[in-house]
Design a protein around this ligand. Sequence first.
Ligand code: HSE
Length: 431
Amino acid sequence: MKSINVGLIGAGTVGTGVYKILKDNISLIRKRRQFDVKVKKIADIAPTRKRAVKIPASLFTKDAYDLINDPEIDVIIELVGGTKIAKKFVIDALKAGKHVVTANKALLAHHGKEIFGLAAKKGLGVGFEASVGGGIPIIQSAMEGYVGNNIVSIHGIMNGTSNYILYKMTEEGLDFNTVLKQAQDEGYAEADPGFDIDGVDAAHKLSILVMLSWGKFYKFSSYHVEGIRNINPLDISLADELGYKIKLLAIAKQTKAGIEAGVYPALVKKGTQLADVKEAFNAIYVVGDAVGPTMLYGQGAGMMPTASAVVSDIVEICGNHCNSDSPLVPNLYAEKEKLNLVDLKDTSNKYYLRFEVIDKPGVLGSITGILGKHNISIASMIQKGKKGRSVPIVLMTHEAVENNLLRAIKEIERRKNLTKAKTLFIRVEEI
Ligand code: HSE
């Protein structure tokens, strides 16, 4: 039986999970695929750290180049994270003729073009199933399952931490900071949650799905990225009254103008599949022109789900693509095509607007007058509170061009005696 040797760089939580699957389930893989996979060496800066599974000390080295330069290793698994040293390991592994498996979404979001280009030139595979949606097989679906489709749209809940926070805020009526603290205490959120709650992690994942779905790499800084820090219990309860939940969505759509893509909180109709995604689960709703709507759902993080995806990459690369002239590597076929990433300011949406106003005669009329002047039509309205005090007014708009909305809000906020605080707007997603 053919045997594949892998070298694992980074034996933290996920790396330990990979070792565990390759130990516990290897006989299943042998039976299914007729080859063996062995972890030949592991590089980690802390070989003796406490792990959920015991790994023989003899496998460890502190030097990743003991793996990259080992002629007997076929596949390097990069699980160190970040974009600096991880990039060096991946590039050097490819230069040394190794296939690469990585869970590193930030690395691919920033350097995917270079990495895939080098791999293709060398006839090597790059597996990255674990980089989006943890254990959910979305990468394989994007590369193979949807291959006969023009992708119409992608709506993903792809950051478990922010979904968990919004879910708890919605279910328990708590504010953002209280839930974030609880989530950190319970291990759902990192001590430094910036990438998660500011939408960056979801945007890294979105950029990877855009690359696969439309064959083009866009500079990461050109994606629109918003997080959930500004969402408060008042908006969650007003949205609920209007029949919506607030979710952090990673969205990409093909339109006549190009690809509209970004990460932002959005109102999603209650009772729809995405609105019902609970706790830290991930879900990716993809519409293809042939297949229609589909949804993949599961655990987007954690030791065993993420390790499951890494192992699937190793087996896929080695089973179907090792030594083949069609290595497992995405083809950025549209790089030279004129397919723009559309600025969200030029897109049209329905909006939830919350103005904080002094409740006195004429205020509402002035606001709707300015909105009308900018071609923004109101679909419904809620006003809360007592006369004479600062009160929230919520307006739901019909479809409007975002730039017009921004101009209208600017004019409303510039007018004396209309608003008392910054106006909040949240896009409404009809899915
Ligand atoms: N921190 C991410 C999340 C998982 O909360 O979903 C890794 O990308």
